[in-house]
Design a protein around this ligand. Structure first.
Ligand SMILES: [Zn+2]
Length: 431
């Protein structure tokens, strides 16, 4: 038996698996998993900010360990036990809060409409459509859309905006119902969702079912090659089950009667791919960009197990460097505040053991996150105005992927000689 999050067997007292558990098998190809990519110890769920009133309560920690499959090279979290559904329904994140992300979606819509010649007779389906942040742009152009979103409260926001949305988890079964009732898709898309689904086979099998003949799939996900090359181990967290390369996603598609024919490299999340998929018998030939990226991944060692096994040592060394850097700043008498209350910041703080003894507080513009403390470290989350009031010597930017934007917003810290610190890729100061 393979244990997955929310498995009711756990609640009834089954023994928990460990990394060495021979029952842990690859989410894609079912090969037993034995090889560790990065072991980040025990960590609370990254987005599970703790309300101030619960600051003195018990808090669950789970193993956070990424393994690699020796056959298909899918990097994936080791199974871990959990006594309740891991990810809360009242999840505080709405995509619509970030203006740079909305620009990204608007440009994507323009590009797809032009490239695929979409119009009033087309059908666009988005998986994990959130509050309709993206589909709204297709609707503005008179293109029929359908969102599929498992979180009821986010789906409700989309419905209130008039965006047709079904509250469903995506998989082959859901796809059959939707294909029969709403029709198959000319464009089937999913942004930052493939890495977050436990059963990647069921997810892609559903895409095969719901895609029209001649239709196009686009999926965006953070690129494993960038994670390795730029040492972005802090993007590993519990909701992020898989860490994907172009080569591995290509194999996953081929296993379900689909194939990849093009790719674009994007700066989002510190380095993402937008892959283009179609039915296996589609006449579109693989693009030069697709061939070139496959060759580059191979040259970087992504088809060689040793590349993955060596990665863990770099993570450990990076932790030592980060701690030395922060300890030296503290010994020199600096006050340090954080900026951001996002998943990747929590992985970094918990893995490195950085608490209130180093960071006085962090801040976040999302009002849902304020009046909370960060999980594990219990660093208070305040409104960004706290920076101006408390005048910290150093602002440690946790979401390094948007550090330029944040440095611009907070440029006033230079009035009192404040400096920024961020990973780029090593943690360093920005004068
Ligand atoms: Zn595998």
């Amino acid at each position: 038996m393979v244990l997955v999050v929310g498995d009711p067997a756990i609640a009834s007292g089954d023994p928990a698996p460990t990394v060495a558990d021979a029952r842990a098998t690859c989410r894609f190809c079912a090969t037993p998993l034995r090889d560790v990519f990065a072991d980040l110890g025990m960590s609370p769920v990254a987005n599970d900010n703790v309300p101030l009133a619960r600051d003195n309560a018990m808090e669950p920690f789970f193993p956070l360990c990424a393994l690699v499959c020796s056959q298909c090279f899918l990097v994936q979290l080791a199974p871990f036990e959990t006594p309740k559904p891991l990810f809360r329904a009242d999840y505080a994140y709405f995509s619509s809060y970030s203006s740079s992300w909305l620009d990204h979606c608007r440009r994507y819509t323009e590009q797809m409409v032009a490239r695929l010649g979409l119009g009033a007779s087309s059908h666009v389906v988005e998986l994990a459509s959130n509050d309709g942040y993206l589909l709204q742009y297709f609707m503005q152009r008179g293109i029929p859309v359908l969102g599929v979103e498992p979180t009821a409260n986010t789906a409700r926001v989309a419905l209130e905006k008039g965006i047709p949305t079904r509250v469903e988890f995506w998989g082959e079964q859901t796809a059959r119902v939707i294909a029969a009732e709403d029709g198959r898709a000319d464009l089937l898309l999913g942004n930052n969702v493939l890495a977050h689904v436990p059963d990647v086979n069921d997810f892609v099998a559903g895409m095969k079912v719901a895609l029209k003949e001649g239709g196009t799939i686009t999926i965006e996900f953070p690129h494993l090659l960038t994670l390795i090359e730029l040492n972005q181990w802090d993007t590993i967290y519990h909701e992020h089950y898989s860490y994907l390369s172009f080569g591995t996603v290509g194999r996953l598609f081929e296993a379900h009667g689909l194939r990849l024919f093009d790719v674009q490299e994007l700066p989002t999340h510190g380095g993402s791919l937008r892959i283009f998929g179609c039915h296996e018998d589609d006449p579109r030939a693989p693009s030069a960009a697709a061939d070139e990226l496959l060759a580059r991944e191979r040259a970087a060692g992504l088809e060689d197990l040793r590349t993955y096994l060596e990665y863990g040592d770099r993570v450990i060394e990076d932790k030592r460097r980060i701690l030395t850097f922060l300890i030296e700043l503290k010994r020199a008498g600096n006050s340090i505040a954080g900026y951001g209350a996002a998943a990747k910041g929590n992985t970094l703080l918990n893995y490195c053991g950085i608490g209130r003894d180093v960071l006085d507080f962090t801040c976040d513009a999302n009002p849902h996150k304020q009046s909370h403390v960060l999980p594990g470290t219990h660093i208070p989350i305040l409104a960004p105005e706290a920076i101006r009031e408390r005048r910290p010597d150093i602002v440690l930017i946790l979401p390094w992927n948007i550090k330029d934007e944040i440095m611009q917003q907070l440029s006033y810290i230079r009035e009192w000689g404040g400096r920024f610190a961020a990973r780029s890729p090593e943690l360093r100061l920005f004068e």
